[in-house]
Write a protein that binds this ligand. Sequence first.
Ligand SMILES: [Zn+2]
Length: 259
Amino acid sequence: MKPIKIVFDKSYETDYRTVSCEVPGRVASIMDKLSPLYETVVPQPCSEDDILLCHSEGLLMVEKHDPVRYEIARKAAGGAIMAAKLALEGSISFAVVRPPGHHANPDHNWGFCFFNNMGIAVRKMLAEKIIDRAVILDIDLHFGDGTDAIFRYDEAVRVFNIQSSTRREFIEETRSALEDAGNAGILGISAGFDQYELDWGANLTTGDYHEIGVIAGTYARNFCSGRVFILLEGGYYLPDLGANALSLLTGVAEGVDEK
Ligand SMILES: [Zn+2]
């Protein structure tokens, strides 16, 4: 069985300037569930050069005007990089980060996102020639426009945004997207939990996250040498956020380790 590692830094629990629903309790509720079960590793912040792999100088300058949030956003992207590296070293990793990243476009951002954590991690692995191809699966309720814009013309990266609004269709769309994805050096999962039945999307159950995890883990085992990392994006129903995160993670592990 592959080891499971959680990437987390206390700074993710900072109450930085953002919208009122994107609260520190989001990562706290997930860590309440995951930290007793798995080893936690603490990341370094990413560098300015890492940010510039995906974003313009202009966006970087804008974000520096809020030094507190800038430092935490750098730590979130650094957490994503660490999660990708852990996956390449043989672990299954889950970076429980704030702020999220999938609405951060090359030169603008919105939707509680500042830098594109997934984009920066994948671009860095490609730039360092550790991998030559990546697949990104985004299961957040909202379309990951930032990640899509970053990789739209990049033949090395395929991005799948799953957008179905019923349970069965969502799971089947995930399955068929990955059937079509081909071989890659790594699978990155942009894990939003706002499709949950008690969250904004009013759709998936806790068990569905496990099923989606198994599908993704099985794909990673068959087509990505078992290399898979998960990054937190959305998810706002705090009472069940930790259970949903654990459900996805154990599903991924089950898929990867399947004999
Ligand atoms: Zn969302």
